[in-house]
Design a protein around this ligand. Structure first.
Ligand code: SAM
Length: 299
């Protein structure tokens, strides 16, 4: 069997306390609220099956209540385990530990996909967007949030020579290992190359400044942000986009299984708590109801 290609570096959240270290009680209610406002503006109310790439602990899962099935996919098994404990084991939620560079899904099985607060950890953006496009139906809706390098703070710092990188240049900037900011024009070009039409782009988080967040009520700031999101002033640290999958893809929304082998793309057969590849014989575990496609089982 040919050796698999070396994969890009991964920002590994396995075992991290992302929920309690970053969100709960950490003064980010404002960010959480404005992200939900943008998401509600962009995501269709109803759909058949939604994939969240990098779903983490399931912070945003209830925003997908209009979808018949939601697939929470993340590289971190521990984040998914927390999500499962809170969302339950009904078939409406499917938990999948996998790498965004090697999605273990059949072509055309999702009519909705979201990536929120994840692409800034991705070193090879075209590779992940290509995977996302592959698993989506034609005209499926893809909501992508990205960190914007052309934000007001970066522009000010650059103009005062407090920052070396130019916020107006197109290439991504890796300001900390595996943390990238992107220019809006760069991201638009990547989306188009991957087979998406960018339909709408919304600037989000105008008031991500501790001084304001500490002094003004969150509801007021979130309400104002919601209004400013309509201005199109793309100088915020975060941008939400709505994209339509263009061109042909098979529609496999009703296929008997959404999974294929992440290494060779062939069908998988379930044998007890194992998924076995019909072609390359790799075996993948299902652990306590979570599909684990991070690494095949040893023989
Ligand atoms: C900042 S958290 C965001 C979680 C969630 N989207 C949210 O907004 O609350 C980033 C998530 O991306 C996941 N991630 C990073 N690189 C990944 C990759 N290559 N494949 C799958 N998930 C990845 C991490 O495990 C982590 O849970």
């Amino acid at each position: 069997m040919p050796k698999p290609e070396p994969r890009p570096r991964i920002c590994d959240y396995e075992g991290s306390n992302y929920r309690t270290d970053f969100w709960e009680g950490k003064g980010r209610n404002y960010e959480d609220r404005v992200e939900r406002i943008a998401l509600r503006r962009l995501l269709p109310e109803h759909g058949r099956r939604l994939l969240e790439v990098g779903a983490g602990f399931g912070r945003l899962t209830h925003e997908y209540d209009g979808y018949e099935q939601v697939v929470l996919m993340d590289y971190s098994f521990s984040q998914l385990r927390y999500a499962q404990e809170h969302l339950g084991t009904s078939g409406r939620f499917v938990y999948v530990a996998a790498d965004a560079y090697q999605l273990p899904f059949r072509d055309g099985v999702f009519d909705g996909t979201t990536i929120i607060r994840v692409i800034h950890h991705i070193a090879d953006v075209p590779a992940v967007l290509k995977q996302v496009r592959r698993v989506m139906t034609s005209n499926g809706v893809f909501i992508l949030e990205y960190a914007n390098k052309r934000n007001l703070k970066a522009l000010l710092r650059y103009s005062r020579r407090q920052q070396s990188w130019d916020p107006n240049s197109l290439e991504p900037v890796e300001f900390v290992e595996l943390n990238f900011d992107f220019h809006p024009d760069y991201m638009r070009a990547q989306l188009v190359n991957a087979g998406f039409a960018l339909q709408r782009s919304i600037p989000v988080s105008f008031f991500r400044v501790p001084l304001l967040k500490n002094r003004l009520p969150t509801g007021l700031l979130a309400g104002l942000d919601g209004l400013l999101q309509l201005t199109g002033l793309h100088y915020t640290p975060s941008v939400f986009t709505r994209n339509a999958a263009v061109g042909y893809s098979p529609n496999n929304l009703e296929a008997p299984s959404i999974f294929v082998c992440p290494q060779c793309g062939a069908d998988l057969s379930q044998v007890d708590d194992t998924m076995v590849c019909d072609s390359c014989d790799q075996r993948w575990a299902i652990r306590d109801g979570i599909y684990d496609f991070k690494a095949p089982l040893d023989d």
